[in-house]
Each structure stands twice: as structure tokens, then as C-alpha cells.
Design a protein around this ligand. Sequence first.
Ligand code: ASP
Length: 351
Amino acid sequence: MKYEVVNINKVGDRRILIIYTGGTFGMVLDESGSLAPFDFGQVVERIPELMSLSIQLAAISFPTPIDSSNITSDDWKNLCNIIADNYEQYDGFVILHGTDTMAYTASMLSFMLEGLNKPVILTGAQMPIGSVRSDARENLITALEIASMVEDGIPIVSEVCIYFNFILLRGNRSQKIRSSQFAAFESENYPYLAEAGISIEFNHSVLRPYQKNSSLKVNSDINPNITILKIFPGITESAVRGTIFASNLDGLILESFGSGNTMKSEWFLNCLREAVEAGLIVLNVSQCLGGEVMQGRYETSKKLNEIGVLSGGDITTEAAATKLMLLLGSEKDRKVLKQKLSSPMNGEMDE
Ligand code: ASP
């Protein structure tokens, strides 16, 4: 992707690069009355406060800003390449992104950007910057402040996060859980990294420790041949078979009930067994927002261990799906792949 760096503000010591991908943040109503993204130049005009921040700001915009429902693995690679190309010149990165798939992008970036030791903060808005009650201004300005903050010469945050509606969340622990409230994101299984009020209060003990001598490496081999099967009472065998066996999949995220439970019907367990025997990696995650998969706790999950279904522990579906795509693309040794899936790669699950 070809991109141009536009300087916005040259005041202060810290240098932050804003990467504008689109999303409601910068949308306007088109002729038909639907919200569609507009270019970043118009965003800056609507936030003159950016010029008064003591941060050196520059911006790169996707050539055609997108609704994040259209995000693809190529966009994830482009985002990582932009960060890698500009890594030495900037102290941190703020990505403006639609909220719909922000948790997927934050999760994927946390896995792709190995050795990251600078802040990468994703933010966006529930209402466009042009509307009077928009949350866009606060979200962007605080995300920029957080990305520029240092203590004893090192960045306070050195991981991929989402900042939204006064809270800072670990990116690969977050989920969009509300579509029409400003408090769109939560991370049920991990504490907030920071809360913004009159001052920004960091929860230092849960931030990823700064990696002093690490250098950035982009992992970009993604295998998207996976799917997510969310079970429900009454689901039919043909629906399950159709999902698992229709399209030569390499991986399956099984969204199960509660702490990892499924129906114990023969036909269902046989489908899973056949899938594992056919070489699919099957990872069990919970439909619940909080808590974890504990295979074997109930009779209804006991067989899964025997079949070879892997437990995703307390991982989110977003982190599970992106981690699976990345590991299927990059890890050829299946034993190692399974070990990596079942243990934390970058803070996305508990040990
Ligand atoms: N559909 C929009 C998007 O994800 C929603 C948003 O930005 O809030 O791009």
C-alpha cells in the first residue's frame, strides 16, 4: 500500500503517528442517508484541539477509508507494515478504526507485532466527529495522551490496547459488547489497564512489562481457513456438518456453553471426532463474556479432551480466531501449534 505521511503538529518531544483507517469516527451521511467514511483532512479540521497538544503529530490515512466491517487480513498486514516502516521515527501509534471489528484488529495486531515495545492504541467513536454529542474528540485526544506518556524515560504502555470511553483495555482481551452506548468495549476477563478521569490512572501491575532490548518483527503469515461454530440448543446435524466439512477448513473455533460444555449426542461428538481426525485444529471457547473453559468439569465436556478438542481457557472469540489464523499460517509443527494455542502468546489468556 502506498501512503503519505502528513505532519499535523510539531510541538513537544514525543512523536505519535495517527493511522486513519475509517469507521464511524470520520463518517458523514451520504446522499442516501447512510453513514460513509470521509477523508482524514476533514477530520483534522473538526478537531482543532489537536494543534494545541504538546505532541508532535503526523498522520497516515488509508487511501480509501473503510467501514471496519470490511477489514481484511491485507489491511492487518498494511497496518503492521506502516508501524514497522515508521517504528524508529515515532514513539507511539494511534489507530483510528471502526468499532465493529476493532477487537479483532487489536487482537491480531498483538500477535503480529512480535517484540513490540511502544504503544499501539486503537480508538474510534460511536458517533461521527461532525455530530454535536460525538465521543470522537475525547477518545482520540486521550488515546494520543496515553500513547505519549512516559515514566523514567520509558513508555508507560508498550502493548496493543483499545482506548474507548474513559477506559484503556488490553487489545487481545477486549470485545465490543454494546452497539448503541458510548461504553462499547469491555474486557471481562482482564482488569482495565487505565481509567481516564481528571487524571489518567494506570493500573501498573497489569500492564505488559516494557521489553527493553526487543526489536520489532512482523509475523504476517495468516491462514484464514477457519470458521466459528456457535452451538445452540436444537442445532441440527446438517447445520454442524455443513459448517465444519463444507470448505476444507484447517481450524474451527467451537463456541460452547458456559465453562466449555456441549451437547453429548453421539452425532455431535462424532462430528468433532471426524473433524479432529481430518486434521482440523478445534479450539473450545465459551459463549460467556467472562469465565473460562474447563473441559471435564461437567459430564458435557468430558469427552472433548478425549476427542482432542483444545481448551481456549479464558480467551475471547476475537483473540481465539485471530490467534488461530496466525498460528495456522506461521507454525508448521502441529504439536508446537497446539501447545501455543493452549498457552498465552501475548497476554491474551491466563496460564
Ligand atoms: N460500522 C462502523 C465501523 O465499524 C461502526 C463504528 O465505527 O462504530 O466501521
